[in-house]
Design a protein around this ligand. Sequence first.
Ligand SMILES: C[S@@+](CC[C@H](N)C(=O)[O-])C[C@H]1O[C@@H](n2cnc3c(N)ncnc32)[C@H](O)[C@@H]1O
Length: 207
Amino acid sequence: MSIDREVHWSRVYATKADEKLSWYQDNPLLSLKLIEGSGIGKHSSVIDVGSGTSTLARYLIEQGVGTITVLDIALEALDRGKSSLGDSSAQVKWVKADITSWTPPKHTFDLWHDRAVFHFLTESSDQTAYILCLNAGLKVGGHAIIATFAPDGPDKCSSLPIVKYDPEELALLLGPNLRLIRYEFDLHETPWGSSQSFQYSLFQKVN
Ligand SMILES: C[S@@+](CC[C@H](N)C(=O)[O-])C[C@H]1O[C@@H](n2cnc3c(N)ncnc32)[C@H](O)[C@@H]1O
């Protein structure tokens, strides 16, 4: 695990309220729309990778999704997510890990959700490790939603360099096991009213 990465994110969550985080959204509308389209239900197993303070988990609990796993590198983010969920936090599996060095339970997840995490991996070794982890954790037939800054999006996120993706480029990088079945572009409005261009791609694991 990269200590610098962990230190960076721990400091972010230790010093900033949700409304000071550029990526914060109270209602993850587009994620929920794509999740709905992937047929997730009460027997499904979902992971939110790099969940931050777990807004998505709150909605998944309300929808009665079977098993919800939330993973983040920053303990501070997980702790904040847990306290905001109150008693329902017991319905979630909380994992503190760096996704590039995590060993997932094998072929477990029906849905893998990642909004603004993969784009921080600028080294090809980290991208490869992430893709191996995704393939190991996802069931064949399962879906992955990967949202990153789009080609016309910002060059940095949380002051860190990122990689911007077009959905087709992302599909090439993820490889033939993950078939791109749908994508949407979205302008995210930050809590202080500026815009960030995202792409959301929905993949299905075919092998
Ligand atoms: C830009 S925030 C996005 C948070 C959330 N997905 C959202 O859309 O609100 C990136 C999140 O990914 C986490 N993160 C960054 N690198 C990570 C890594 N290598 N492994 C796991 N989590 C990571 C950070 O702690 C942070 O919570």
